[in-house]
Design a protein around this ligand. Structure first.
Ligand SMILES: [Zn+2]
Length: 194
């Protein structure tokens, strides 16, 4: 099952390492003012992960410009946190995907699995099915899928596109790296229609 890894603390250490990699490359790029970026991480209290998730795995990696007069905060992409949302990105994705398909899982079952109420899970469905296809991110990235993904089947269609190996950790990694650009401020901005 795609979800069993999400209950595994080791998976969250693995994802933290990917976030560290994102933070490192953002740091190397520096601030747009030319200043150096310093670590300015903060703790979050995410829901939907395993019991006893170590505090370090709840750390949102973030950076701050050290130049006087700038001090801009730069929060790099993440494979764990979706913007300011309380639930973890993979949980928000998977619960919505499991609602779809020929035998959708019942809200009650998903609620038990992920600790979210039915209204929250319904909001995640709206996010992936109605909002996500309109984002600038998707308008560009959809071209990478050959054959094209059926937008009406999002996010299940993405799950099927990425879960192709026999190694769920590799599949999750590829999917979450793909989605990481939407996790930053403005990452879910809607494309302007022309
Ligand atoms: Zn700066």
């Amino acid at each position: 099952m795609h979800g069993s890894l999400l209950r595994d603390v080791a998976f969250w250490w693995f994802l933290l390492d990917i976030d560290r990699e994102f933070a490192q490359s953002a740091r190397e790029n520096g601030c747009s003012c030319g200043g150096h970026l310093h670590a300015s991480n903060y703790f979050r209290n995410p829901r939907g992960g395993p019991d006893g998730l170590p505090k370090e795995c709840c750390l949102r990696l973030s950076l701050c410009c050290g130049r006087e007069g700038c001090r801009k905060r730069l929060t790099p992409p993440s494979v764990r946190f979706l913007g300011a949302k309380v639930y973890l990105l993979s949980v928000i994705f998977l619960a919505a995907a499991m609602r779809q398909g020929p035998s959708p899982r019942a809200m009650r079952e998903l609620g038990t699995l992920f600790g979210a109420d039915r209204r929250t899970i319904a909001r995640w469905q709206v996010l992936w099915q109605e909002h996500f296809p309109q984002t600038r991110f998707w308008r560009v990235e959809r071209a990478c899928f050959v054959p094209a993904l059926d937008v009406a089947s999002l996010p299940q269609a993405l799950l099927q596109a990425f879960f192709t190996s026999r190694n769920p950790r590799d599949d999750w990694e590829r999917l979450l790296r793909f989605l990481a650009p939407i996790t930053i401020a403005g990452g879910l901005a809607v494309a302007i229609r022309r």
